[in-house]
Design a binder for this molecule. Sequence first.
Ligand SMILES: Nc1ncnc2c1ncn2[C@@H]1O[C@H](COP(=O)(O)OP(=O)(O)OP(=O)(O)O)[C@@H](O)[C@H]1O
Ligand SMILES: [Mg+2]
Length: 269
Amino acid sequence: MADHSLNDMAAGQRASNDPPKMEARNVDVFYGAKQAIKNVSIDVGMENVTAFIGPSGCGKSTFLRTLNRMNDTVSSARVTGEITLDGDDIYSPEMDVVQLRARVGMVFQKPNPFPKSIYENVAYGPRIHGLASGKADMDAIVEKSLRRAGLWDEVKDRLSESGTAMSGGQQQRLCIARAIAVEPEVILMDEPCSALDPIATAKIEELIHELRGRYAIVIVTHNMQQAARVSQRTAFFHLGTLVEYGDTSEIFTNPRETRTKDYITGRYG
Ligand SMILES: Nc1ncnc2c1ncn2[C@@H]1O[C@H](COP(=O)(O)OP(=O)(O)OP(=O)(O)O)[C@@H](O)[C@H]1O
Ligand SMILES: [Mg+2]
């Protein structure tokens, strides 16, 4: 990353007074001998939605997955550098990975509800993490999570129906409700709308607006308009490097790097 963008980043964070929720420093990711992420440093703040953009294969999903150690599930993957959550190294041996993934939740490209009822999809996480003290408490968690995900009114009379029987857009909001139910601090979304129609997409974007501030949100998207609509900070990745990171309005109207400009104006991708 160029020095000026690091300085801007620091200035942006100083304005908020709070330290960044997550800090990544000099992160490299290898799959076997192949390096997919090269020396990426970035801060993710609570107050912003951060968009990751860049051409296919540039490492957006790989880097996103380093933020909650989902790469641990890929045997060839090796991560070096430092990533902290509230100042704690998430790759330290003391870090409880199950707990980490509750604090840093993930929503995938393809909605993946469990083949269980709508209620159970949301209740599952709170149950395994022991967050509910009884049935009434669990009911309240399920309702609150579904409300926050903008789904309650559509499903309140069919909570026992299968989560997989809903529309794609509803399934994706159910997956967001499932992530929210364990009270995460960060929500990572990897192209959450790419399998959805424009109406369902608009609902997810609206939801992201509503969730902003309550959770630190990172969204990977190929859709430039979506990045411009939902995010306040944008990171442009290219060939495994973070080329530019700054305010979304700046990145889209006045990018500093030629490669960023070429990408956002559709010259390659
Ligand atoms: N499990 C894996 N094993 C080996 N190589 C991988 C694996 N996952 C990703 N890669 C490689 O790492 C590089 C980055 O891939 P990644 O999926 O992170 O890109 P991306 O920016 O998310 O792309 P897209 O926009 O197509 O989703 C690519 O060269 C890809 O082939
Ligand atoms: Mg990807």
